[in-house]
Design a protein around this ligand. Structure first.
Ligand SMILES: NC(=O)c1ccc[n+]([C@@H]2O[C@H](COP(=O)([O-])OP(=O)(O)OC[C@H]3O[C@@H](n4cnc5c(N)ncnc54)[C@H](O)[C@@H]3O)[C@@H](O)[C@H]2O)c1
Ligand SMILES: [Zn+2]
Length: 362
């Protein structure tokens, strides 16, 4: 089974293809989306042996001229140094304005490759082939690309839409369960912010999802991507609507920052953040206790964490949230649920209420 959807952005529109055994078909699927036959595959050091050969072979079979480069795996390599290495490689292999970069890997490779493609020769085409659940349901769709600066995550980047997103669910078979559970949070988040049927689908099919059953995964990922595609089509550059994707993230990012990005998976921190945002919404009388419990129960069944670790304090989390706000020069904007399937953006919540909700999640 294969599902195809589209991100509608006028001239920059592109398809997302979700299915199994797609890596062997990359050459064939790419042909109608490239101007020239010259491509560079970017992958990371951990997955290159597993996945690059199939993609390479399939491209060669379709007549492409293929070169490859790997970045070391891990978030710290979403860096200026790796960005620079990729530019060197694009130049050394003589890729030109009509060439294509293929980002084959998790969100780190997608963001790094996307940004490299966004600026090389003022922008060349790129294709996303995400291999983590996080990247398949979130990072690969929407054209946000970035690298980190020592002073902060994603500080240097660009909006640059891919020409095609190819999601092969078979790649998830080598991904550790912890990363599957962590990536699942973005699907559950999508359910809470705008798609109650998707939330219900995850509730009903959690075991099949965690067992990586193909048809269930394809349906779930396509549905999460369709939601993201709709949001991006309405608000490509994140002026307002796209902010709803940050549900649970303001709290989650603060937790990731104070634990130095090495204790929690992103999705785990967001899970605690969603529980906290939902608690705050209940306290403010906007969200019902039964809906709060419904979200909590699903996160719990997915073995995602719900509370902050005891060695931190509510003040530390709160300070990190406000520090983030100061850096960005804006107000603390919170995405709060009103029911499963709907959220509102609030920038008028009292600091004391925020601290109180965090305290209740310890
Ligand atoms: N651009 C966006 O809109 C957007 C949205 C969300 C997140 N992101 C970014 O995505 C990044 C996180 O992405 P991630 O969670 O995919 O992490 P990641 O790319 O670091 O991948 C996690 C680990 O899994 C390994 N891996 C990848 N695919 C695998 C597979 N199929 N089997 C086994 N191992 C595999 C990688 O080598 C890596 O060690 C962050 O940098 C984040 O900022 C971007
Ligand atoms: Zn996220």
């Amino acid at each position: 089974m294969t599902k195809t959807l589209r991100v509608e952005l006028g001239e920059d529109s592109y398809p997302i293809i979700v299915g199994g055994a797609l890596l062997d078909r990359v050459g064939e699927l790419l042909t109608s989306h490239t101007q020239s036959k010259k491509v560079l595959i970017l992958s990371d050091s951990l997955i290159k042996a597993q996945y690059t050969p199939a993609v390479h072979q399939s491209l060669e079979n379709a007549g492409f001229d293929v070169c490859t480069i790997e970045a070391p795996a891990g978030e710290t390599n979403k860096s200026l140094a790796q960005f620079s290495r990729i530019q060197d490689s694009l130049i050394a292999h003589q890729l030109d304005r009509s060439s294509t970069l293929i980002a084959l890997g998790g969100g780190v490779i997608g963001d790094l490759g996307g940004f490299a493609a966004a600026v090389y020769m003022r922008g060349i085409s790129y294709v996303q082939i995400p291999t983590t659940l996080q990247a398949q349901v979130d990072a690969s769709v929407g054209g946000k690309t970035a690298i980190n600066h020592p002073k902060g995550k994603n500080l240097i980047g660009a909006f640059h839409q891919p020409k095609l997103v190819l999601i092969d669910v078979d790649t998830l078979k080598t991904l550790p369960q912890r990363d599957i559970r962590s990536g699942l949070i973005e699907v559950i988040k999508m359910g809470v912010i705008r798609d109650e049927p998707l939330f219900e689908m995850v509730e009903e099919n959690l075991a099949a999802i965690l067992n990586l059953e193909d048809t269930t995964l394809i349906e779930m990922i396509a549905s999460a991507c369709a939601n993201k595609a709709e949001i991006v089509a309405e608000d490509e550059k994140e002026s307002r609507l796209r902010m709803v994707l940050n549900y649970g993230h303001t709290f989650g990012h603060a937790l990731e920052a104070v634990t130095h990005y090495n204790r929690y998976r992103h999705g785990e921190a967001v899970s605690i953040g969603m529980n906290c945002a939902a608690r705050l919404a209940v306290n403010l009388g906007m969200f019902s206790e039964p809906d709060f419990h419904r979200q909590r129960t699903l996160l719990n069944r997915a073995k995602l964490p719900l509370i902050f670790p005891p060695d931190l304090t509510p003040e530390v989390i709160c300070d990190a949230m406000y520090l983030d706000k100061k850096v960005l020069g804006g107000k603390l904007r919170l995405i709060l649920p009103t029911r499963i399937g709907e959220v509102v953006i609030r920038n008028d919540v009292d600091d004391q209420d925020v601290l109180e909700a965090i305290s209740q999640c310890f």
